[in-house]
Design a protein around this ligand. Structure first.
Ligand SMILES: C[S@@+](CC[C@H](N)C(=O)[O-])C[C@H]1O[C@@H](n2cnc3c(N)ncnc32)[C@H](O)[C@@H]1O
Length: 226
């Protein structure tokens, strides 16, 4: 290998390593500074949920998710929903933006209880822009997305069967209510499910520490806002 390409490869390798370490350190300090418990993975076996409808718990990366929300033009009329909210990290990150309301839906009662504690601790220590946070213990498979929701986060919380159901419901609701919903999707496996609908439009992606796709659900696909 030529010295220059070896040098380039080494630089990219170190940058990759550095990003990963920064991300881990930020997530660690985030929990430490605010007295939270959001970091540790919880397997589907421990949660005892149905593996055909659910995945286990894995926290959203603090830095990359914040950078996604920064790129959206969040208004005080917007409501944020995290379907599969786990220990509530994305809800805490969203609270730093001027949402009217923040909702987390989580199938595990234990994780809902933990998320409520995390929210309480966080709001005691940090002056949030949105302190109106509600956590609902429900299955996304049957949950009806409230008409006030304008930003929906799917961190890649469940398998295709549940995602199909959620997307079909949402597409129907958007047509009935004539409203527009932005969906932030943290997965990569099921992007084709979004683009299969004619009234879901993919907006320019946000890459950072993690790759996110943003989809606009609307009665008629409109102009990109990013
Ligand atoms: C990848 S974690 C999401 C983490 C979270 N959004 C965050 O901000 O850190 C996926 C979560 O979705 C939950 N989940 C999986 N299937 C679900 C379903 N059908 N209904 C509701 N929650 C579900 C899991 O219990 C888990 O806590």
């Amino acid at each position: 290998m030529e010295p220059l390409s070896l040098f380039k490869k080494t630089v990219y390798f170190l940058l990759g390593k550095y990003k990963h370490l920064t991300k881990r350190a930020a997530n660690f300090f985030f929990d430490l500074c605010y007295g939270l418990d959001t970091r540790h993975h919880v397997s589907i076996e421990v949660l005892g949920t149905d593996p055909t409808l659910c995945y286990g718990y894995e926290a959203t990366d603090w830095i990359s998710f914040k950078s996604v929300l920064k790129r959206l033009d969040i208004k005080s009329t917007d409501t944020f929903l995290d379907l599969g909210s786990g220990k509530g990290r994305a809800l805490l990150i969203a609270s730093e933006f001027p949402f009217r309301k923040i909702i987390g839906v989580e199938i595990s009662k234990e994780l809902c209880d933990l998320a409520r504690k995390n929210v309480e601790r966080y709001l005691q220590r940090k002056k949030a822009q949105c302190g109106h946070i509600e956590i609902v213990n429900a299955n996304a498979f049957t949950y009806r997305v409230p008409s006030e929701v304008s930003v929906l986060y799917l961190a890649d919380p469940f398998p295709g069967k549940t995602l199909d159901r959620v997307l079909n419901n949402l597409v129907g609701l958007v047509k009935i209510d004539l409203r527009r919903v932005l969906v932030i999707y943290g997965g990569s496996q099921f992007c084709g499910k979004f683009t299969a609908f004619s009234n879901i439009k993919e907006l320019p992606s946000v890459s950072g520490y993690q790759f996110y796709k943003i989809y606009e659900f609307s009665p008629n696909p409109a102009v990109c806002v990013l």
